[in-house]
Design a binder for this molecule. Structure first.
Ligand SMILES: [Zn+2]
Ligand SMILES: [Zn+2]
Length: 443
C-alpha cells in the first residue's frame, strides 16, 4: 500500500503538469511561435550551396535559341543587271523566307533581293514582296501576329494596347463586339511574338543588381506563381517563369537569367526569405574545379557573388518584424556597391515589390480578388509575356526620365529597353505588331 501511493501521486502530478502546459500553450502559443521565429532567423545559417548538377535545366543542357544574326552576303545589287526600273518600295526589316535562298533572313535593304510586288487583300491593302534571287513571294505579314487575320490592324492594336493596361478580355469582347475566343487568339499570338522578341533582344546583359520575387496568382485550374527577376537600375525584367512555388521553379528562373547574362557577369542579388533562391543562385554562378588528388570535380561558387535576403514575418496581414541577412559575400562589400550606384545602404526588395503592383495593374488575371481569371497557366503566361514586352518597349517609365539638355523644363521619356541600351526610341504597339521576326539561320 505504501508503495502504491507515491506512484499515484506521481501520476497525478504528471497529469497536472500536462494540463498546466496545455493551458499555457493555448494562451501563449502565438507569442511563443513569434519568439521562436525571431530566434530562428537570427541563428547562423549553414546551408549547403547548390551546384549545376541539382538544376534539372542544366542537366538537360537547356540553352536559348540561337539569335538570328545577319550573315555576310554580297549585296544583290552587285550581282544583278543594272538595267530595269529602280526600287520604289522600302523593304527594310523584311526578308526572304525561303531557307534555300542565299538571301534567306537578310533584312538589310541594301543587301537583300526583295522588291515590292503589289498589294493584295479584299478589305485592306497588304503589301507583298518578291525575292529577285529565288523568285518566291511573301506577304509583309508573315512572321507577325497579323498573318491571316481579317480584322483591321488598328483595331487589333487598340485591343492589345488596352489588354496590356489591365482591361479584361470579356470587357474588350463587349466593347468591340468580337468573340471572346477571337480576342484570346490575338492575345496568344501576341504573347508568342513577344517571347521571340524578348529572346532576340535580352541576352548578353550586364547587370549590377538583380531583385527576385514571386507572386501568388489564381487561374481556373488552380494556383500559379509567376517568378520575376528585375534589374532595379534599368527596370528591365530579363527573366519570367510561371509554375509552382517549389525548388525546381527557382532553378528555372535562375537558369533562364544566367543564360541571358554576359559570361562574366555576376550580379548582386536580393530576395525575400525563400530558401530556394539560395540554392538556385549558388548553383548558377561559379565554376567547376578539381582539387589535388581528387577524382571528381567540385563546384566553387563565384568569389564575387553577393546575396542578401530581407526576411519578413507576418501574422495574418500584419508585419510583425523584418531582418536582413547576407547569405553569400560580405555585407560591407554589398553596401559599398550600393553606395557606388547611388542606392540606399540596405538590403531591400522595394523595386521588385513596386513592379509587382504594376504587373498586377497591367495584367487583368493577376489583379487581386479579380473575377477575370485566366483559363489556363499557358494563357496567363502569354498575357504576362505580352505585358512585359509592352512594359519594356512601349510604356515610358517615370523614374527613367531624363532632363532635356540646355532646357529647364521638359523631360525625355524613356522605356526600360532604352535605359538598357537595347533600342534608342519609344516603340508603339503597332510597331511591335507589324515587326516580322525571323528564325535563326540553319548552321
Ligand atoms: Zn541551370
Ligand atoms: Zn530569296
Amino acid at each position: 500500500m505504501s508503495d502504491q501511493l507515491p506512484a499515484f501521486d506521481r501520476l497525478l502530478l504528471l497529469l497536472l503538469g500536462v494540463l498546466l502546459l496545455k493551458v499555457y500553450w493555448a494562451r501563449y502559443a502565438p507569442r511563443l511561435r513569434r519568439r521562436w521565429q525571431w530566434v530562428k532567423v537570427r541563428l547562423p545559417q549553414r546551408w549547403q550551396p547548390g551546384s549545376p548538377k541539382d538544376c534539372p535545366h542544366c542537366c538537360q543542357g537547356l540553352s536559348l535559341e540561337p539569335r538570328a544574326v545577319q550573315r555576310e552576303v554580297a549585296p544583290y545589287v552587285r550581282c544583278k543587271n543594272t538595267r530595269g526600273r529602280k526600287k520604289a518600295i522600302s523593304t527594310g526589316g523584311f526578308a526572304c523566307l525561303n531557307p534555300h535562298c542565299t538571301y534567306f533572313g537578310i533584312t538589310d535593304e541594301q543587301r537583300h533581293a526583295l522588291v515590292g510586288n503589289g498589294k493584295r487583300g479584299v478589305r485592306q491593302d497588304i503589301q507583298h514582296f518578291r525575292c529577285q534571287s529565288c523568285h518566291k513571294e511573301f506577304s509583309c505579314r508573315r512572321n507577325t501576329p497579323l498573318y491571316y487575320l481579317k480584322t483591321a490592324p488598328d483595331r487589333i492594336e487598340m485591343v492589345l494596347w488596352l489588354l496590356a493596361e489591365g482591361v479584361d478580355t470579356s470587357v474588350m469582347a463587349r466593347y468591340t463586339g468580337h468573340a471572346d475566343s477571337t480576342i484570346t487568339r490575338w492575345l496568344e499570338r501576341m504573347g508568342a511574338h513577344s517571347t521571340v522578341l524578348h529572346n532576340h533582344f535580352f541576352r548578353g546583359l550586364v547587370l549590377t543588381f538583380v531583385q527576385l520575387d514571386e507572386l501568388h496568382a489564381k487561374v481556373r485550374t488552380g494556383v500559379q506563381w509567376p517568378w520575376l527577376a528585375l534589374d532595379p537600375v534599368t527596370k528591365i525584367i530579363p527573366s519570367l517563369h510561371l509554375g509552382g512555388r517549389r525548388q525546381e521553379d527557382a532553378y528555372a528562373l535562375l537558369h533562364d537569367l544566367h543564360l541571358r547574362l554576359d559570361k562574366d557577369c555576376v550580379p548582386a542579388f536580393t530576395s525575400d526569405g525563400l530558401r530556394s533562391y539560395f540554392y538556385a543562385i549558388t548553383a548558377h554562378f561559379g565554376s567547376w574545379f578539381r582539387p589535388e588528388r581528387a577524382r571528381t570535380d567540385h563546384w566553387h561558387v563565384a568569389d564575387d557573388l553577393l546575396y542578401g535576403q530581407l526576411v519578413k514575418r507576418r501574422r495574418g496581414y500584419r508585419l510583425t518584424f523584418t531582418i536582413t541577412r547576407m547569405l553569400w559575400g560580405a555585407r560591407p562589400v554589398f553596401y559599398q556597391l550600393l553606395t557606388e550606384h547611388g542606392c540606399k545602404r540596405t538590403i531591400q526588395t522595394a523595386f521588385i515589390e513596386r513592379v509587382n503592383l504594376t504587373i498586377r495593374r497591367g495584367v487583368a488575371p493577376l489583379m487581386r480578388k479579380t473575377w477575370a481569371l485566366a483559363q489556363s497557366p499557358k494563357h496567363l503566361l502569354l498575357h504576362t509575356q505580352w505585358w512585359r514586352c509592352y512594359y519594356h518597349f512601349v510604356r515610358p517609365h517615370d523614374s527613367l526620365q531624363l532632363p532635356v539638355p540646355g532646357r529647364a523644363r521638359g523631360r525625355i521619356l524613356r522605356t526600360p529597353a532604352m535605359a538598357a541600351g537595347l533600342t534608342d526610341q519609344l516603340w508603339s504597339v503597332g510597331t511591335l505588331l507589324k515587326k516580322p521576326l525571323y528564325p535563326a539561320f540553319p548552321g
